[in-house]
Design a protein around this ligand. Structure first.
Ligand code: HEM
Length: 161
């Protein structure tokens, strides 16, 4: 029943003027995929810089708050690009993702990853000048790495599930 409603919604979405325009213009999907990949690269590099510093594995010559303030805005800039490019990919072919367990898992992990990134931002900027991370920051950094890698993996798996 729930699945039928979801598939009806997908059918509606792909027949909206936007859905039809995306299907009729061959360049939209590859362009959105390119934007998606570029934004993923920028986001992941920033996540790695922050999380590896929080785990004392990289960039120890700078404090955590310095690294957080250096990279956090790249993350908040990349996310809307991912949201817009991803949403346009969905409207062009909704059932491929909305009804796909890999996509649903990706979205759940994304919500958790955003909350954890906010937590790291808050703790990181509070510990101005901190040389070594405390246990809480380290735990958040490990969860963050697991979630962001999981998001990338499930994003790629959408094509195969
Ligand atoms: C913010 C909301 C997002 C939406 C709505 C979204 C949606 C999508 C959609 C529809 C696809 C195409 C899947 C397919 O047809 O094969 C895709 C691919 C992908 N997404 Fe996202 N995505 C979002 C964010 C992210 C984030 C934050 C990441 C990782 C950091 C990510 C990683 C990927 C990857 C790795 C692919 C596969 C790209 C490819 O193989 O061409 N996405 N996403």
């Amino acid at each position: 029943m729930r699945n039928t409603a979801l598939l009806d919604f997908c059918a509606y979405l792909e027949n909206t003027p936007l859905g039809l325009a995306i299907q009729d213009n061959f360049w939209v999907v590859p362009t959105m995929q390119t934007l998606h990949i570029l934004a993923i690269s920028a986001l992941l590099v920033s996540i790695l810089m922050i999380d590896l510093r929080a785990l004392d594995l990289h960039g120890k010559s700078d404090s955590i708050s310095t690294i957080v303030s250096r990279y956090i805005n790249i993350i908040w800039f990349a996310l809307p690009i991912l949201f817009i490019s991803g949403s346009l990919l969905i409207v062009g072919e909704p059932a491929r993702s909305l009804a796909n367990p890999a996509f649903q898992l990706k979205m759940m992990m994304l919500l958790m990853a955003i909350v954890i990134t906010l937590g790291i931002q808050k703790l990181g900027s509070r510990n101005i000048g901190l040389e070594q991370a405390n246990g809480k920051v380290k735990l958040l950094a490990i969860l963050s790495l697991l979630l962001w890698f999981g998001i990338v993996a499930s994003g790629r798996w959408i094509a195969y599930t």
